[in-house]
Design a protein around this ligand. Structure first.
Ligand code: NAD
Length: 505
């Protein structure tokens, strides 16, 4: 897969341009760590401006023929890709686990949710159907067609190195665009593996390219005149930068940012169910999910028994290398990130929160891998750093509220609006919450409400910059532009000069 650098014997992950691996023209590179051992396991090329330009040129060359390729042929290739990804689920998952650290079953889940997007895109002939109005005026028909944009780019985060690229490229390519992926430099191998599968499925060279690297590559994509649209998923600060710069250069942009997802637990909720859900959603993938629950608001007297239930469950979690079958939670992505996450526990105590469980005390947190045990903080309040910041680690903050209204105000005053979950047995209360919450994705007794692929994914407020959500029907809208045709086949005998504005009645 990735070519080996013979001088050091260490694997180097290259770009993928024009249907093959391509070494960088820059001498810059990054380290890919094994988070479970703390060791360096590979290097990744960092693209120069010239590398990006080569990829864009390849995509621009491939676009005209790809856009002219019949829908049925594009669908056939996507079906083939679906089969290949399905057959290689475990290989992709193993690459994810080795570089990201999440457990193998969790990585398998990531691949499955990404695959859904390829399955959705297999229906492309139906998805780009336009509308047709016969006899909009006498002898005049009007119809709308949707056409691809051209070369489009996707910039993706470390936490879903296969699923988030699939969110983007499946629809983009199905719609007839040529795609350039800039994956996270922290775990880039899955993207190259996917590139090989795309080629084997029959995607023509140049239609899918991968550019490895950092902000140098990203910033070139944002300003390159040939790049017509940019999809981004990552942290809010970078999402804002992407949105502002790419729109300044006239591009269509969807930039999904960070999150602070709440779980609201009403007094009538089942404590065991809510406890299981809170721990699963806070500690799955070591909290490194944009839809992870990081703040739980307990309303009324459910607080004490719920905190007990969560603490018992968290203390029992098995932490270890993601490839080990017994592990329920793996390490964090880098040592720096692990230390930053741990600092929130320290601060929370200083700011007046109660530390019920301190993950730093777990012996595994002191080994060479980037592990950190789960932490549970109680009596957290807005204004404390552990509440205000997106932590992106296995820390759950519990906030106490007396009423539903107080809890709702906290949720709606939060600058983020990605996901939120309510736990209750009261259907009316859940329905009211769905009406009231200023958040893009709502779970009712579902802690991680990532929409299925035939809906679209996206938060509100600081969790998304742009107008369209990602994948699903809004993804098709994002990667195409509408053209409306007004047509008449006049009888030459009735033709005359008419300077009036066209009328339809
Ligand atoms: P990140 O913002 O650091 O990086 C995302 C991408 O942007 C990477 O490809 C990276 O190379 C690039 N990048 C980083 N800094 C840049 C800069 N200054 N200029 C240009 N490009 C830059 O995010 P991450 O740490 O990889 O991922 C975690 C973040 O992503 C969290 O905030 C999480 O909430 C968010 N996320 C959001 C969603 C969502 O759907 N809203 C999904 C997954 C992750």
């Amino acid at each position: 897969m990735a070519a080996a650098d013979t001088s050091t014997g260490i694997r180097t992950v290259r770009h993928w341009i024009d249907g093959k691996p391509s070494a960088s023209e820059s001498s810059r590179s990054g380290i890919i760590w094994n988070p479970a051992t703390g060791e360096e396991q590979a290097h990744v090329d960092f693209a120069s401006v010239e590398d990006v330009d080569r990829a864009v040129a390849s995509a621009a060359r491939a676009f005209p023929e790809w856009r002219a390729t019949p829908l049925s042929r594009r669908a056939e290739i996507l079906f083939k890709l679906r089969e290949l990804v399905d057959a290689h689920r475990r290989d992709i998952a193993a690459l994810i686990t080795t570089e990201h650290g999440k457990t193998l079953p969790d990585a398998m889940g990531e691949v499955a949710r990404g695959l859904e997007n390829i399955e959705f895109a297999c229906g492309i002939p139906n998805l780009v159907k336009g509308g047709f109005s016969e006899q909009a005026s006498r002898g005049v028909d009007v119809y709308q067609i949707r056409q691809p944009l051209g070369v489009v780019a996707g910039i993706t985060p470390f936490n879903f190195p296969a699923m988030v690229p699939m969110w983007m490229f499946a629809t983009a390519i199905a719609c007839g665009n040529a795609f350039i992926l800039k994956p996270s430099e922290k775990d880039p191998s899955a993207s190259l593996f996917l590139a090989e599968l795309l080629k084997r499925a029959g995607v023509p060279d140049g239609v899918f390219n991968v550019i490895q690297g950092d902000r140098v590559a990203v910033n070139r994509l944002l300003e390159h005149p040939e790049v017509k649209a940019v999809s981004f998923v990552g942290s809010t600060g970078v999402a804002r930068h992407i949105y502002e710069n790419a729109t300044r250069h006239g591009k269509r942009v969807q930039a999904l940012g960070g999150a602070k997802n709440h779980m609201l637990v009403l007094p009538d909720a089942d404590i065991a169910t809510a406890g299981d859900a809170a721990v699963s959603a806070a500690c799955g993938s070591a909290g490194e999910r944009c839809m992870a629950i990081s703040a739980l608001i307990a309303v009324g007297n459910i607080g004490d028994p719920l905190v007990d239930a969560i603490a018992q469950r968290m203390a029992r979690l098995k932490i270890g290398p993601g490839m080990e079958e017994s592990a329920e939670m793996g390490p964090l992505i880098t040592r720096e990130h692990r230390d930053r996450v741990a600092s929130y526990v320290e601060n929370a105590a200083a700011e007046g929160a109660t530390v019920i469980l301190d993950g730093r005390q777990d012996p595994i947190s002191r080994g060479n891998g980037f592990f950190l045990g789960p932490s549970l903080l109680d009596h957290v309040k807005p204004g404390m750093r552990c509440y205000d910041d997106e932590i992106f680690g296995p820390i759950l903050s519990v906030i106490r509220a007396d009423t539903y209204d107080e809890a709702l105000r906290i949720i709606n005053e939060n600058p983020y609006g990605n996901g939120v979950a309510i736990f209750t047995r009261d259907g009316g209360a859940a329905r009211q919450f769905q009406f009231d919450a200023e958040v893009g994705m709502i779970g009712i007794n579902v802690p991680i409400p990532v929409p299925v692929s035939y809906y679209s994914f996206g938060g509100w407020k600081a969790s998304l910059f742009g107008d369209l959500h990602i994948y699903g029907p809004e993804g098709v809208q994002f990667y195409t532009r509408a053209k409306v045709v007004t047509s008449r086949w006049p009888d030459p005998g009735t033709s005359k000069v008419d300077l009036g504005f066209p009328q339809s009645r």
